[in-house]
Design a protein around this ligand. Structure first.
Ligand code: NAP
Ligand code: G3H
Length: 488
């Protein structure tokens, strides 16, 4: 099934239903984060080729919008079945190219198949409404509006490296159910599995041009993509820096931005510390901390800090470190630049007197799981997103101090609060400037039909299956004026 995607070692792009070779630039190497080996090559598309992809998407969208919603849903279900059928193969490629441990890679692909099915079903229930004019003073019953939801047109979907399959589908599937066509720009690290995903949709019977892929370095083709006159909506997941750039360039084009985070776990005196420690370590270190929703700082009441720190250390010591093909939690980071950045944060914390409880070692791109106690607010680790397996513990004297430090962050994605007192849990939740607060649970995105959003530098707009379909469609209003209903 996947034969047409690759020509030699180079992956093609799907444009207007055909897998095509690039015509101009030399291809880009996709390398293993573990040993730098070239795993495959992707096209660096020229502007003219990008134009061709947009022209195909624009032309195909008109017909796709006319396709009955129940037909679209059948097609998405087929894609989900195909994805599941090829789960092991796609997960292996994903695991190899982004060094995600194989169990998590398989679970990403399975979760994605579930996501597609749920979206197909949810899309069938997106109904319109009628609104009567007589609700407003001065109007009578003869006038009412019929409000339906219509697609926006061409959706530009830009996905990050850490979930190349799942965070591509979280844009593609809702866009398609709403009747849009899609241009997918996969992350360069993660492009291979994202291109396999595109083939899954093509093989499921998606008409030519409804889903197209464009590859190339974001730093080179990004501006051209986001300012393209044929873009009607941009759904971007990635760093705050790139999100800001996109927001400044995309004029009058609606945006959905899911960006960085510095999620805090706040531990009150009465928390179940065993449970909190288990949750926090799972939340902070899975996929080596390369998740926007990873717990990225612990704010703990001084009176229970010693006990929590010891419990956290015990869990971190048990984390397995190794290669992505093995059943481990900690694998090499995505590239040297990422590992260098995490190392800088570690060095800064050590220099300024944080207490290293475990880790602090590095081999190439592999950073051993690292836990710091007594991190203070003058340290970079208190504020910056490492996107690596490093967790700082900050000790606080009061609930309000924890809330203040949590809110002083530029980010506002999620937070967690651990306590047995529901009133205090809600006090904390109501005062945190974030999209979501978890009570007695680690921060995380799923289940995928929940609304998912960041505030401040963590994003704008709301993702989550129904919310995404709504974001990628708009109301269309037809107003009816009936004649006088009285008969002589
Ligand atoms: P990134 O560097 O911002 O890249 C994300 C995507 O944007 C990639 O496809 C990248 O392409 C592309 N890109 C780069 N420069 C661009 C430009 N100027 N215009 C348009 N597109 C451009 O982020 P990442 O390193 O892949 O992901 C890590 C970051 O994403 C972290 O900050 C993390 O917190 C955040 N994230 C947030 C969420 C969320 O839901 N809130 C989820 C996942 C990740 P190339 O790969 O070719 O550079
Ligand atoms: O990296 C950002 C993802 O949206 C996080 O998803 O909480 O399911 O790992 P997750």
């Amino acid at each position: 099934m996947f034969r047409e995607i690759v020509s030699g070692a180079t992956y093609r792009c799907l444009i207007d239903g055909q897998w095509r070779d690039g015509r101009v630039h030399p291809p880009i190497d996709v390398t293993s984060p573990c040993d730098g080996r070239v795993i495959g090559k992707i096209q660096a598309l020229s502007k003219e080729e990008v134009d061709e992809a947009f022209a195909a998407a624009k032309a195909a969208q008109k017909k796709w919008a006319q396709t009955p919603v129940n037909h679209r849903a059948v097609l998405l279900h087929k894609a989900a079945d195909l994805l599941e059928e090829h789960c092991d193969e796609i997960a292996r490629i994903l695991s190899e190219e982004i060094a995600k441990d194989i169990d998590s890679a398989v679970s990403e692909v399975q979760r994605t198949a579930d996501f597609i099915r749920f979206t197909a079903d949810e899309g069938k229930h997106m109904e319109g409404e009628t609104v009567g004019a007589d609700h407003f003073p001065g109007f009578k019953k003869q006038r009412f509006s019929v409000v339906t939801r219509v697609p926006l047109g061409v959706v530009l979907a830009i996905a990050p490296f850490n979930y190349p399959v799942n965070l591509s589908v979280s844009k593609i599937a809702p866009a398609l159910m709403a009747g849009n066509s899609v241009i997918l720009k996969p992350p360069t690290a993660g492009a291979l599995s994202a291109l396999y995903l595109a083939e899954v949709f093509r093989a499921a019977g998606l008409p030519a041009g409804v889903l197209n892929t464009v590859t190339g370095r974001g730093s080179e083709i990004g501006d051209y993509l986001v300012t393209h006159p044929d873009v009607d909506f941009i759904s971007f997941t990635g760093s705050t820096a790139v999100g800001r750039r996109i927001a400044s360039q995309a004029q009058m084009v609606p945006l959905l931005l899911e960006l960085g985070g510095k999620d805090a776990a706040i531990i009150l005196e009465d928390a179940d510390l065993q449970d909190a420690a288990k949750n926090i370590v799972a939340g902070a270190y899975s996929y080596s901390g390369q998740r926007c929703t990873a717990v990225k700082r612990v704010l703990v009441m001084e009176s229970v800090a010693d006990e929590l720190a010891a419990l956290l250390k015990a869990h971190v010591d048990k984390l397995k470190v190794g290669l992505p093909s093995q059943p481990v939690q900690i694998t090499p980071l995505i590239n040297k630049q990422a590992a260098d950045f995490v190392q800088e944060l570690i060095d800064d914390a050590v220099e300024k007197g944080a207490q290293l409880l475990c880790g602090g070692r590095r081999e190439g791109n592999l950073i051993y799981p690292t836990l710091f106690d007594r991190v203070t607010t003058d340290m970079r680790l208190a504020w910056e997103e490492p996107f690596g397996p490093v967790l700082p513990i900050l000790r606080v004297q009061s609930v309000d101090e924890a809330i203040r430090i949590a809110n002083d962050s530029e980010y506002g994605l999620q937070s967690a609060v651990f306590t047995k007192n529901i009133d205090r849990a809600f006090y904390v939740a109501n005062n945190l400037e974030v999209g979501t607060v978890h009570i007695n649970n680690k921060t995380e995105r799923g289940p995928d039909h929940f609304p998912f959003l960041g505030v401040k530098a963590s994003g704008m707009g709301t993702q989550g299956i129904r919310y995404s379909i709504e974001a990628m469609s708009r109301p269309k209003v037809v107003i009816i004026n009936l004649g006088d209903e009285r008969h002589e």
